[in-house]
Structure formats: structure tokens, C-alpha cells
Design a protein around this ligand. Structure first.
Ligand SMILES: Nc1ncnc2c1ncn2[C@@H]1O[C@H](COP(=O)(O)OP(=O)(O)OP(=O)(O)O)[C@@H](O)[C@H]1O
Length: 308
């Protein structure tokens, strides 16, 4: 569905995307995971054929965006990062008018709009003003709009940024259904749980480069341990810093990361780490043993957290 080789995007002297290779297969959910400024949106805009490629090769649905932009755009669904809904129109008309841009007959577009409102659970809001919708409803309407032309490939730029946890789960559920229906999903996110929930495969991006690629599980297996013991200390005694405490627990796991508010000790058995910490007379005020996540992978690869 998408093939990129050495793809770059420059803004003047600044290279936002520094030569990435990506292959997206039909039917999969593929993610670009990375912090703000990693180059995810710049990449998505090139894939959506709305921003020219600066260098390298890019094929979307086998077509060249430089010469076949209109043909590509006609076959894609695009859900941009910012809300681009028309506030002059009600919910139904946002779908209806958009559908008419694709040159579909009135009755077909009407039926499609009804079907999509049902899919995103907004049927009872059909004649509401866009401004009266919640953030989650607006996102769902934007997704409905991106599906009007029955695209094979749906591009979603940070689909749940700014939404509350419940609204995110509703959205994930809809996206999961689309995936089950055979739609290829390509999404960007800086939420590691979103990437883990939705993506079959993903690339981790940082500063315009791909730093790792694989399924969420493979990435975790390859770049982290099974468990992580999180240790929070109420640092009271003089000279006792997180770095000093890290040195004292360093040999209890594979490695230790020092964050501003806690230490992370990576090992296969987190409970054993906590027991050993206590046996050494160290007294963390709080401990938590959890599974490794993509956040840990990102930290390992870049030395920073995704929310940095
Ligand atoms: N039109 C532009 N002109 C100049 N610089 C730009 C432009 N668009 C993006 N950039 C820069 O390119 C880099 C990558 O931005 P991009 O939006 O692709 O990142 P991102 O990973 O999508 O992050 P975000 O989550 O903030 O959207 C950033 O440093 C950004 O400031």
C-alpha cells in the first residue's frame, strides 16, 4: 500500500525527515510512534500526497504522489491532526457535502452518511452543530468523513490526542472494527498504549529517523526486559541522589534508568528486584512492578521518554 525508500522532507535548511524506509502491507495497522517533532506529521502529509517529497522514493497504492496526486487522494481516507470540520454545517451535512466532492450521486451519499453516522455512533447528533459536539464526537465525525469514499487506506494523524480515556477507548474500538473489515490503517501517535493496542507493526521515530521497527511485542522483547521495577524514593538524607541510589541497585537488574521522579530497574523478575532492594536496607516510599512497554523501548533507544 505504501513503499518509501530514503524518503526525506526538508523545510529550507532543516531536514524534518532524514531518509526513512517504510513498507506498509494491505490490511495491516501500521504506526509511526514518536515524540513531538519526530517527523511523523511531515511523513503523513507526504503519504497523503498533500506535501511534496523532498528526496527519496515514495509510492502510494503503487502510484507516484508527484504525478498522480489527485488519483491517490481520491482513494485515501485522511483524518488530519487538527479538526477541519466545517462549523457552518451540521453533522450530517459535513458528511454529505464532503461525499459530494467525490462526485457520488446524492442518494448514494445520503445513504453512506447515514451508515457512517451509525458506525461512529452519532446518529442522534445528525442535525447538531459541530461546535456543540465533544472532542471525542468531533474526532469520530472526522473519521466518518474520511470514510465517505470507502478508502482502502486510512491515514490518521494522532487520532486521539487531547481526548479523555473513555473517548479514546470508543475511538480505538471503531478503528479496530475498520481493521477487521480489511481497511489498511496508518496512524501516528505519541501514545505508546495506542500503538500497542492498534498496531500490528510500527516504526519508532526520533528526530526525523527510524530508530526501530517491528511488532509491539517484538520491539519490547528485543529492546527491553520482561518486567520493570519502578522505585520512588523520598530523598531526605544529604548526598543521597537518584544517581547515588541507582549505583546501589545497578547490579540488581539488566540496567537502571534514572528519571526525575523515580528509578526504573529492568529485569526478568521485578518482585525479586524489590525484595533485594529492601534486603539492602533501601526504603523506597513506593514500588511498582509492571510489564515492559513501548515507552521503555523508546527510553532505551533514545535516552528520553516519549512525553519529553
Ligand atoms: N511547514 C514547516 N516549516 C518548517 N518546519 C516545519 C514545518 N512543519 C514541520 N516542521 C518542523 O519539522 C519537525 C517535524 O515536525 P512534525 O510535525 O513532522 O513532527 P511530529 O512528529 O508530527 O510532531 P507533532 O506531534 O508535534 O506533530 C519539527 O521540528 C517541526 O518544527
Amino acid at each position: 500500500m505504501i513503499s518509501a525508500r530514503g524518503l526525506t522532507k526538508s523545510f529550507g535548511d532543516f531536514e524534518a525527515v532524514k531518509g526513512i524506509d517504510v513498507e506498509v502491507r494491505r490490511g495491516e495497522a501500521f504506526g509511526f510512534l514518536g515524540p513531538n517533532g519526530a517527523g511523523k506529521s511531515s511523513t503523513m502529509r507526504m503519504i497523503a500526497a498533500t506535501s511534496p517529497v523532498s528526496g527519496g522514493e515514495l509510492r502510494i497504492l503503487g502510484l507516484d504522489p508527484a504525478t498522480d496526486g489527485p488519483a491517490i487522494r481520491g482513494r485515501l481516507g485522511v483524518c488530519p491532526q487538527d479538526d477541519t470540520l466545517d462549523t457552518e454545517l451540521d453533522v450530517f451535512d459535513n458528511l454529505f457535502i464532503y461525499g459530494r466532492y467525490f462526485g457520488l450521486p446524492r442518494e448514494e451519499v445520503r445513504a453512506r452518511a447515514d451508515e457512517l453516522l451509525e458506525f461512529v455512533q452519532l446518529t442522534d447528533k445528525a442535525h447538531a452543530k459541530v461546535d456543540d459536539l465533544s472532542g471525542g464526537m468531533k474526532r469520530r465525525l472526522t473519521i466518518a468523513r474520511s470514510l465517505v469514499n470507502r478508502p482502502d487506506l486510512l491515514l490518521l494523524d494522532e487520532p486521539t490526542t487531547g481526548l479523555d480515556p473513555q473517548a479514546r477507548h470508543v475511538l480505538w474500538d471503531r478503528l479496530f472494527r475498520l481493521k477487521q473489515a480489511g481497511v489498511t490503517l496508518v496512524l501516528t501517535t505519541h501514545y505508546m498504549d495506542e500503538a500497542e493496542q492498534l498496531c500490528d507493526r510500527l516504526v519508532v521515530m526520533d528526530k526525523g529517523r527510524i530508530v526501530a521497527e517491528g511488532s509491539p511485542l517484538d520491539l519490547i522483547r528485543e529492546h527491553s526486559t520482561r518486567e520493570v521495577a519502578e522505585l520512588r524514593f523520598g530523598i531526605a538524607r544529604e548526598g543521597e541522589t537518584h544517581e547515588a541510589l541507582a549505583a546501589q541497585v545497578a547490579n540488581l537488574g539488566d540496567r537502571v534508568e534514572v528519571l526525575p521522579d523515580r528509578l526504573l530497574v529492568y529485569s526478568e523478575d521485578g518482585d525479586a528486584v524489590v525484595a533485594a532492594v529492601q534486603a539492602r536496607g533501601l526504603r523506597p516510599v513506593a514500588t511498582l512492578v509492571r510489564r515492559s512497554t513501548l515507552e521503555d523501548v523508546f527510553l532505551r533507544l533514545t535516552g528520553r521518554t516519549l512525553v519529553d
